[in-house]
Structures are given as structure tokens and as C-alpha cells.
Design a protein around this ligand. Sequence first.
Ligand code: C2E
Ligand code: CA
Ligand code: CA
Length: 757
Amino acid sequence: MDILSTQNNTLPEGSQQLRTVPLVLKVAPKNTASELYKSEERFSLAMRGANDGLWDWDLEKDDVYYSPRWKSMLGYSEDELEHKLTTWETLVHPDDKDRVLEKIQDYLSGRANSFEVEMRMKHKNGHQIFVLSRALLVLREPDKKPTRLVGTHIDITERKKADVFNDKNAHVLEMIAMGRTAPEVYREIALMYEDRHPGLRCSMLELHGNKLLHGGAPSLPKEYCEAVHGLENGPSVGSCGTSTYTGKRVIVENIDTDPKWEKIKHVALPHGMRCCWSEPIKSSSGKVLGAFGMYYNHPAVPNKEESKDLTSAARLASIVMERDQAQKRIHSLAYTDGLTELPSRAYFYQKLEKTIRISDRYHRRFGLLYLDLDNFKSINDSLGHSTGDLLLKAIATRLKDACREDDFVARLSGDEFCIIVEGIDNYSTLNVAQRCLEAIAQPIELLSRKITPACSIGIAHYPDDGEDLSSLVKAADTSLYAAKENGRNQYTFYKPELTLKTEYRFQVEQYLREAIEKKQLTLVYQPQINVITGKIIGVEALSRWHHPVLGHVSPIYFIDTAERIGMIKPLTEWVLMTACRQAVTWKKHGFHNLHMAVNISPSHFIDKAIMPLIIHTIDETGIAPAELELEVTESVAQTDSRNLSIFKDLKDLGVKLAIDDFGTGYSSFSSLKHLNVDCLKIDKYFVDDMIADKKALTLISSMIEMGRNLGYKITAEGVETSEQFNVLKKIGCDNAQGYLFSKPVNANEISTLLEKQ
Ligand code: C2E
Ligand code: CA
Ligand code: CA
């Protein structure tokens, strides 16, 4: 800010009184010469008392009288300086001279009715002082010709310096508020205090652990800053090393002789520093964050003002340091994934954006791998989240190990990871993908259970598969989806055709949401047969969706989609309600002892809302609890305590439970023994192989035998041939379900089947 443009600033205290002095004089020309003389005499005495300098410019002779105080203000003695206008002209700051002369002219010509101006003048010692000058005109009677201009000089240097300092202080605070970087603010703080104390040099050091790191010191030589950077603090390590160690101010009057500087004075003395005062910079809670150092090139201890400034400088620096540390902490929280300590999603996107920018500039390619664990959800559901977390941590380590140092591995969310692979001219994404697949597929023991994880990887390249961030990520994600669909545990490179599949997926998501909301799904029922009597003992309700545009969508596909888009709950609610109403209708028509089996997704089963939903369905439809059988997959049949209580609550309610797709998941008989289930549904996979493969037969036989010993009913799924049926009968299977008896059909057809028997 231009300090000389503050003409309108409020005047210093007492200025009102001073202003009245020239007013008295203004009437002076009317008085006699002797009266005028007396008046001046008094004025001069008043000035002397007020410590103001006096000047008197004889406009006719063009010489100027400067009072002794006027001269001493500028460091000159009474007999120095000529009484001429040129004296003032050589002492006034060249940038201010014309402005002052112009003001004088305005006053002399009557354009202005007072004269008051601030200017900079050169002190004999070379520094500059600020002066407030006021004057009044003496007119000659009777022609009113201006003869003299009489004025005062007031030294306003202190006020001006304080103004400048306050402005700078406000500027620093503004910089802090605006979130400017710590080094920028440190620099301003240092310059502000250096400006206030000529010859002073300031430094701010940050304390990291027990190391002092360079923060800011714009006026100290680079070699000195570098030498101090990384220094360990201690009870006698220079001024700042000591103050950060003790938490107390350290005043070193002479670096050369003070024992605290013994070991490090050789880095300071060559640069002229002779004294160093250090104030610890502390956080609001009192923790030492660093140190503020003040240096002079001569031995000294701080005077009162310097001492006060050392305190305020350290306080100001502490605001910056504390904020900076908090910001760094927030940054690291936002930019690292808390669980795996890999870069977070936010960091990934930032890095990807930067990589695209640089690759674009240098016409480089790079690869993006999108990786997702296979079946992670079921591991999480069955073994519990803490085990899932352990697995994710292990996966993160494996991925880091499988990649080069330069590859950027991030965790996006859940079990999704991304890897940015640069420098692919002599290095390929295929190699990385292969190494990741292998590394992840190593068996791992979690909670004394051996798990063999697997993952699927989608690979896209910049700029071939996507020229901007979102299309590149989408391409990698699309390829990942394809890898999953192709049977998982593999990688897939992006191909434009895959986008069509993605579009289909998006459409399904959109239409499905609508279909569930508008209840546009239908149910079919597949009979379950008692192997001995051949009679229908129950049905399994299976959802069907026919969409006018998409046509028939497979339930495996849309159930999976519903889970992904969070629509599985409303879907299940509808299935339960519709199926139970149907069961009650059949009962009313005289078909007794039929049970209704409904599939429940694992994620929904372990949800708190499941119990109220079942109770509500029973109340609403009037189905007997024992006639409702819930089918859940093995993953929830684990000994996770949460799942156990749901099993128990349902049992207490009288609802039946079946383990679906038995034999395909992670469960084992040992985990079943804690659970009160009613039925095991042996997966079609075993039934299929049973005839041709002796081992499969042995397996299925022992499953049946063990299951029955534990008190479960056994249902075989996917029975398609009478050969299979006969074998199942022989090995003691209770019930069977499959195309051999009926495909899933609508309710009317079930009624017909029931009537027939
Ligand atoms: P799931 O629960 O294992 O159902 C049995 C599946 O096997 C049904 O397929 C059924 O049509 C089919 N199936 C039955 N007998 C035979 C056979 O002899 N041969 C062959 N090849 N297949 C047979 P669908 O209806 O396509 O359902 C597939 C899966 O979708 C179901 O497997 C179930 O997991 C899920 N699902 C279907 N409806 C629902 C539902 O309303 N809710 C939930 N959560 N899942 C459902
Ligand atoms: Ca089922
Ligand atoms: Ca099944």
C-alpha cells in the first residue's frame, strides 16, 4: 500500500489543538508587526514544547528558516544545513517532492484552504523518516500578497511504521485465511519483522519428531538453511535446537562465544550471523511445533520491542504451522485408505488425472488395471467383516509386492483395487495382471480356515481405450465386468464390443428398478417331490422377469443386479408376500401340507430388517410359519454370531430353513452343527456328476448320510433323469426337485399337478 496516499487517515491525538494555532495566526496580518512578532515567538515556543520542527519560508526572498528541532528530527545539528529551499528539496523523498510542491501551490493560489501533507525525508543516518507537515500563509496588508509560509514538521515515523506493520500483519492473516501454503506465509512473516527491524533476519523451523526442518527464511543464505535442515534438537543445539527441546525462549547474545553454538557456529559465522534469539512455536495445546529465530549481524540481546515481536512472531507462525499440520493430517486421511494404507479412491482419481495430463503432453501410453476379488461378498458374509478386512489387508500387500515400485496401487472401495501402470513401452500390463492373479491366488489362512482367494481384472489403456478419466475408468470397469462374466479368476483387455454389454447392464439396472417398484415381476413354482411317495410336498418360488424391450432376463442376472443396485429387499418383500398368499390359496383349495420355499439373498438374510419382514408376511397372509421355508446359501450358515441369532429367532417363530446349493460354498458340516436348519438342498452340480463319476456318487452318498444323521431332510436339486432319481432313492435322499418332475411353472399349472395326484 502506498503510505503517502493516506491523507485522510485520522490525525494523531492532539491534532485538533494544533490546527487552532494557525487559525489564530491567520488573523495576524491584520495586527501590527510587533504583535505578529510576539505571536510568532509564542508559536515557536509552543512548537519547541510540542517537540515539533518549525520552518518559515520567506516567499519574497525565497529563503527558508529551519528550526533546530526541524534539523535534529533529521539528525542534523543547529549549525548544519543551509537555510534555503534546496535543503528541503534534497532531503525530501524524490517520489514525494512534486506532490508536496503541488500542494503548496494549491494552498498559495487559494485552490486549497489549508496545507497538510505527509512525506518521507532522508535522515542523516541514511534511513528514512515520515513527517507530517502543516503550514499557514502570512499575507501582507493591505494588498493581501502572500509573503511567508510558516509551518511545522511532526515526526510520524513510529505511527507510520505501526500502520505498515499492521497492514502487513493483516495481510499475513488474510493469507492464512485464504489457505495459502505454509512456505508462502512463512516468507511474509519473516519479511514483515525484518522490515520493522532493519538488519534483522528471521527464520522459521518446523519440528518433525526430533528433527528441525526448514520452514522459511527468505533472508538467510541457502547454505545455512540447508546445513540446519534435518538437525536433531537437544539441550544444547544452537538457539532453535535448544528452544524446541526445552520449550523455552533461548537468547544467544554472541554465537561465537555461546557454548550452545559450539558445535554449529561454523555454519553461521561465515554468513555474518552473530546473535540468535529463538522462541519455541507452540500449538494451541502447548505442543512444540517448531521455532522462530531472529538473527543480527552483531552481538545483541533483544530490546523491549524486539522481545515483544519475538513472542508475536512465534504466535503468528504457530497459527500457520498448526493449520499446516492439521491440513497434512486431513490430506493423509483423505488420501490413504485406512484399512490397507494404500492410496485412497480420492488419491487414485487425482493421480489418474495427473497421469493423463502428463501422458497427453509427452504422447505416452499407460495401462489401468481394475481389479475385484471374486466372491468377496460371500467371504465377508460368512466369515464376518473382521475376517474380510484381514483378507483385504493381505490382498493389498500381495498386490504391492506383485507390482513394481513405480506402479500405483490404490484401493477404491470394498474389494475393488486399481493399478496405474506407466512406462509400458518395455513393460506390459499383461505381465502385471498375470502376477496379480498369481499373487492373490495363494492360499491364506484366516481364523484357522484356509481360503484360496481369486480376483478378476479388467485392463484398459490410455489413450487407446479412453481419452479422458471417466471413459478410461469405464473401459477398465467394463473389462472387469467381462472378466467376471467369463467365469472370474482371469483378466480381460478392453474391447469396444464390451461397451455394448455395459450398456445392456445399465439398461437392466434401470428397467429392473422400475419393474420392482411397479411389481412387474412374476413368480413360478417348482414342485419338490417326496422320493418315496412320489407326491408333491412343497414348491420353490422362483422369480421371473420379462421386459418389453429386454425380453426374458435370467433370474441369476437380475437377482445379482438387484443386489448391486440395492433393490433386493423390495424384491424379496414382494416375493414373500406373493408366494405366501399363493400357499394360503392352495391350502384353501384343499391342498394341505405343502410348504412354500422362498429364496433369500445372503445380504438380506443377515440384515436386521429380515425378522420384522417375516413376521409381517406371516401376519398379513395368514400362512402357518411351519409352511414357510427360507432357502439361504451356505455362506450365511457360518458361525458368525450375528447370523446365529437370526437362525435362532426364525426357529423360535417356527419358520423352516433350508441350506441352498449345499456343497458349493465355504460351509462344512462342522459349522452346521451349531445351526438349527431343517433341510439341505444338494446342488445340481453333484447330481449331474453322480452317474458318470464314482467319486461324485461317494461324495453325495456321504453328504446324505451325514446330513440325515444330523437330523436334516435332504433335497436333491436339478434331477433330470429317472436314473438319477433311482440312485438318489437308493442312497436315502428324502426329496427331489428337477425337470424330471416339472420345470418351474405358474400357479395354475401347479394346481393342475396337485389335482392330478
Ligand atoms: P436356485 O435357488 O438354486 O434355484 C434352482 C434353479 O435351478 C432354478 O433356476 C431352477 O429353474 C433350476 N432348475 C431346477 N431344476 C432344474 C433341472 O432339472 N435342470 C436344470 N438345468 N435347472 C433346474 P432359476 O429359476 O433360473 O433361478 C436361478 C437362481 O436364481 C436360483 O437358483 C436362485 O438362486 C435365484 N433366484 C430365483 N428367484 C429368486 C428369488 O425370488 N429370490 C432370490 N433371492 N433368488 C432367486
Ligand atoms: Ca433355491
Ligand atoms: Ca439351489
